[in-house]
Design a protein around this ligand. Structure first.
Ligand SMILES: [Zn+2]
Length: 121
């Protein structure tokens, strides 16, 4: 019998730290998130597959409910199980929302053309 991993991989930890995640609960592993949800994708309700190539459509992935890029934490409260497909769709949706929130305005000030860009809250 294979020994179950009880902590997140060093690889994932490095990636989270590199992305500026402040709170990392090391007990939140893909395997445990998978088991918590019975392997069911919380997006499309299809069964996901653990331990296959991560970019196969029904591959199990950890989804951060508040995205890491928006200050989300790697904790039980902030993770759910999504298949790769749903995860990708979710990411596209977030990127689209981000893009929509970025406003650009050009104005002429004292003869200079100034372009300002800001994010609407
Ligand atoms: Zn799904």
């Amino acid at each position: 019998m294979k020994h179950k991993k009880n902590r997140i991989s060093l690889n994932l930890k490095h990636r989270l730290v590199a992305n500026g995640v402040k709170v990392i609960d090391e007990s939140v592993t893909l395997r445990r998130v998978f088991e918590k949800h019975g392997g069911i994708c919380q997006g499309c309700q299809d069964p996901t597959v653990l331990g296959i190539h991560p970019q196969v459509p029904k591959s199990a992935t950890i989804e951060h409910i508040i995205p890491i890029s928006m200050g989300g934490e790697h904790t039980w409260e902030n993770v759910t199980l999504l298949c790769y497909e749903c995860n990708r769709l979710q990411n596209e949706k977030i990127q689209k929302q981000e893009a929509q929130r970025t406003k650009t305005k050009s104005l002429r000030l004292l003869g200079y053309e100034i372009t300002i860009q800001w994010r609407a809250a």
